[in-house]
Write a protein of this length. Structure first.
Length: 174
């Protein structure tokens, strides 16, 4: 297992750029200084996902399953001191072109089973000169649902995770 690297001779990538091109859509774009094959592996391999995609403080990820093929499942479960499970994220991959594009559904539910959100998420990866641009398009069922996600601070939380992903990618590239 390769440890997280915290030092780099290159300047850090630009932080995640967030846009809302429609009333129900969020687009996140982020550059990674790694080949798209490694970015894909970090994004969809459960062992790697556990190393960068941490739940909020005070939460523990108890399940991390990801099978990036058409019909494959995505399942993340987290717990807190008060609830086990506290939150479940489950989805199904509907389109996969390895290292280029993946589309999956997501349904988020509280540990009680109450659904608190759903979306369709598309990941697209483009590489130029060993640098990968990742574009994530999230489509929500309503403007209200999209706006709640923006108001929740999700872009900042994603950037914190992506900074950990940068460190993981630096280790994987060696």
């Amino acid at each position: 297992m390769i440890g997280l690297q915290t030092h780099s001779t290159q300047p850090p990538p630009m932080p995640v750029h967030v846009s809302t091109p429609t009333d129900t859509t969020i687009v996140l774009m982020r550059e990674f200084r790694a080949p798209r094959r490694l970015v894909w592996e970090a994004m969809f391999n459960p062992d790697n996902m556990r190393r960068w995609s941490f739940p909020p403080p005070g939460w523990t990820m108890t399940v991390c399953e990801c099978d990036p093929r058409v019909g494959g499942m995505l399942r993340l479960v987290s717990k807190t001191a008060e609830a086990d499970p506290a939150m479940k994220l489950e989805g199904v991959f509907t389109e996969v072109v390895p290292h280029e594009r993946a589309v999956h559904t997501e349904t988020m539910a509280l540990g009680t089973g109450e659904v608190v959100g759903s979306l369709v998420e598309t990941h697209e990866f483009a590489e130029q000169g060993g640098v990968t641009m990742m574009r994530i398009t999230q489509v929500y069922p309503s403007n209200e649902a999209r706006d709640e996600v923006i108001a929740s601070g999700m872009p900042h939380e994603m950037e914190v995770c992506y900074e950990r992903l940068d460190a993981l990618l630096a280790g994987l590239a060696q």
